[in-house]
Design a binder for this molecule. Sequence first.
Ligand code: ADP
Ligand code: MG
Length: 364
Amino acid sequence: MQTGNPSTDTAKRLSLRKLNKSFGKVHVVKDLDLEVEPGEFLVLLGPSGCGKTTALRMIAGLETVDTGTIELGGNDITRVLPKYRDIAMVFQSYALYPHKTVAENIGFPLKVAGYKASEVDAAVRDTAAQVHMEDYLARFPRELSGGQRQRVALGRAMIRRPYAFLMDEPLSNLDAKLRGHMRAELKHMQHDLGTTTIYVTHDQIEAMTLAHRVAIMNEGVLQQLGTPREVYDEPATLFVAGFMGSPPMNFVHGSIASQRFESTGMALPVSGNGSSGKAVLGFRPEDSTVGSAGAGLFDATVFTSEQTGEYTLVTLSLADDTMTIKMPRDFEAEIHSTVSVDFPKDKGFFFDAVSGNRDALSLV
Ligand SMILES: Nc1ncnc2c1ncn2[C@@H]1O[C@H](COP(=O)(O)OP(=O)(O)O)[C@@H](O)[C@H]1O
Ligand SMILES: [Mg+2]
């Protein structure tokens, strides 16, 4: 029995090729291509209903695949039964057995696989120590906190040393403080175990903090795959730009004509080749500043200004667009006053308003 070593087969790579899934007429996962490297922590991020759970369940074998293939280490596992996939899933609800102790819950996968009691005991002790639950082996789930239940669920997934962990929003039932704490523990544990992990969440902060790479999905379509830095600094689509960051990127709707971006009360010179036609200018709250009218790139009206203690969030209106600028904590702005917005030219992003794709345009 393998109990001591993390997954050692480093040649294994999990590949999803053109995966498709529909429920009735609803096409939920569309041509999903994804390569997950051995040992990688990959986060599948997207809004509720975009197809994340469905994608994960297909990888686990809990949902059939309409078209496309799933390969593990070059072997086609698309139609292999879940129990033969060497993949363990951790569910949002933990799904612990209420009438079994912590030790029995953690050891269950080995027990049903027919291991001897002494082997199960040794592996339970080993695994419980890794999830810091060695002092709670005789307790029942109802006697545990949310974070402890989560650790038991993880331990039960870990005990067979699967090639990969699939986690579906495992922290979403915890309160904010515990969520932050468990997030750090998960990252630490995954680092030490080195087990390939695919983690589903709708929380962009979780994605940014946990992932080696983030795969961002919207309406069943993979929008961008990259490191947290890449997707944050170089968003490929309007959707990604608007999903990452809190507050997210600001958008001004306008059009491109004769090398200028034009919107209400502004005409900014641009260079490069993009769409001619409807365009969106994006810039991040933390890259921008508010100044006196006429002093920046364009003017806008103060809608409100909010102190968070740490900084001041200034919300501005410009025609139909609303934007938020992050200013130092002592900054004050009068509601209804006219101010200017400024940001470095290389912090302005352009998107095609119709396709939503990034345009190769920049402010000059
Ligand atoms: N078993 C099912 N039968 C019918 N529709 C489903 C089923 N599972 C999921 N769906 C639908 O598929 C879409 C994607 O769901 P899901 O994969 O759970 O999204 P996410 O996990 O990103 O919130 C949703 O519209 C959902 O209602
Ligand atoms: Mg889901």
